[in-house]
Ligand binder design. Sequence first.
Ligand SMILES: [Cu+2]
Length: 129
Amino acid sequence: MPAYSRLIFGTACIVLLILTCISAGCSSSQTPSAPASPTATPRGGTTITMKNFAFEPSTLTVKTGTVVTWVNQDAAPHTIVSDTGSSVAFSSDSLPTGASYNVTFTTPGTYTYHCSIHPSMTGTIIVQS
Ligand SMILES: [Cu+2]
């Protein structure tokens, strides 16, 4: 009886060892497939962050029909207001931390804007066809 149980135990160990090798081999062959960082901003991204009392990027070039989204990452509230004389007028409410605002630009042109609370915060959207 002890010899029999030892045989089972030995077999179980070998099976476990083989399974471990197989699964380790499997996982190591799969790991190189997904190194892409999902946090990376795509080239020509359409999100502008408000951070450290500045728009980032301060100048953004987009294609017509693009939805541009501003996200406030500052502790202070900000607004997005088109400059006087802009052919496309937009004006957000005061955006608290984490709030966002978006504008769809359908006409090619250069649109400058600012934060009405902090006049030093300015930005430009260049819309190309
Ligand atoms: Cu501001």
